[in-house]
Ligand binder design. Structure first.
Ligand code: ADP
Ligand code: MG
Length: 292
């Protein structure tokens, strides 16, 4: 067999935007296609991999490190759906310490335990909270841990604002060996113009859109069953969308450095969209596609 080289992929985005849902379904689809996959939750919420393992309890790396001197791989990892290896970095005791620093400790421990040499993954997905791009949260894209980032965003302004901040972090660290952008993933889209907003933001920042995932009850229902859509509703339209996204992520080698908008540019871009939506909702224009 050829040299075994894993792709290390970071999934970033604002809290609650759908990172864990998107990462877990992508992992499940990659595993279904026969790849060896590890998913590492790097969010203090520690629920990244829940739907891959039926909500079973899994001790986090930071909790295990606090509780015992010596942590073994089997203490902090569990095989989930189709063998996806699930790991949660965990976070500091609430109110104390920097959550980002936990990511660093977790990555160091996994390297010490020789996880990647032994498990020989094809893909490692890091699910990282991106509300605050403090030094700690930037670790996965800064220090050569991952080489590509996917940013999950809805068409809501705060999600785009967070995506733009992530673009700033990528463009800052990419020249010195940091990760590049694989693409933007539109998630939770509902209004007809949501897709246009995502596309327009991607266009303005030189990014590419990798997928559009509409808001769907199938996703909510699967989560309530403690499963990915791939497992709970394998024949659904959303399962097909996640398989397509997994294939795009697996094959994409067009990584780029985005051009984030400045604060005034972002404000005026948002205001223009406010006007367009107003015109659309009040019937001044018929279809937004023609309006831009
Ligand atoms: P994050 O990891 O970014 O904090 P989650 O993946 O946990 O966000 O998603 C937050 C909530 O939104 C969950 O309840 C999830 O089921 C729901 N959700 C995510 N994406 C979709 C979607 N496309 N359609 C419907 N619900 C979604
Ligand atoms: Mg999450």
């Amino acid at each position: 067999m050829a040299e075994h080289k894993a792709k290390h992929i970071a999934i970033y985005g604002k809290g609650g935007i759908g990172k864990s849902t998107t990462a877990s379904n992508t992992s499940a689809a990659l595993a279904e296609a026969g790849y060896r996959v590890i998913q590492i939750g790097c969010d203090p919420k520690s629920d990244s991999t829940s739907v891959l393992r039926g909500n079973e309890y899994l001790p986090t790396i930071l909790d295990s490190m606090r509780d015992s001197g010596k942590v073994r791989l089997e203490d902090i990892s569990r095989p989930g759906y189709r063998g996806v290896l699930c790991i949660e970095s965990g976070g500091p005791v609430p109110g104390v310490g920097c959550a980002g620093r936990g990511i660093n400790a977790a990555v160091n421990l996994l390297q010490e335990l020789k996880l990647f040499e032994e498990f020989k993954p094809d893909f490692v997905l890091y699910d990282v909270l991106g509300d605050v791009v403090c030094g700690g949260f930037a670790v996965p894209i800064r220090d050569g841990i991952t080489d590509r980032v996917y940013v999950v965003s809805s068409s809501d302004f705060m999600a785009i604002y967070a995506a733009n901040n992530l673009f700033k972090a990528i463009s800052k660290y990419a020249p010195t060996g940091g990760a590049k952008l694989g693409g933007l993933i539109g998630n939770g889209l509902s209004a007809g113009y949501s897709q246009n907003i995502i596309d327009d933001f991607a266009h303005k920042t030189g990014a590419k859109t990798s997928a559009y995932i509409p808001r769907s009850l199938t996703v909510s229902q699967s989560e309530l069953y403690g499963k990915t859509v791939i497992e709970a509703n394998p024949g659904s339209q959303h399962a097909a969308l996640y398989r397509k996204l997994a294939k795009t992520i697996a094959e994409n080698e067009q990584l780029l450095v985005p051009n984030p908008l400045s604060a005034p540019e972002l404000r005026s871009w948002a205001k223009d969209w406010g006007d367009k939506i107003f015109n659309l909702e009040s019937g001044v224009v018929e279809g937004i596609r023609e309006a831009i």
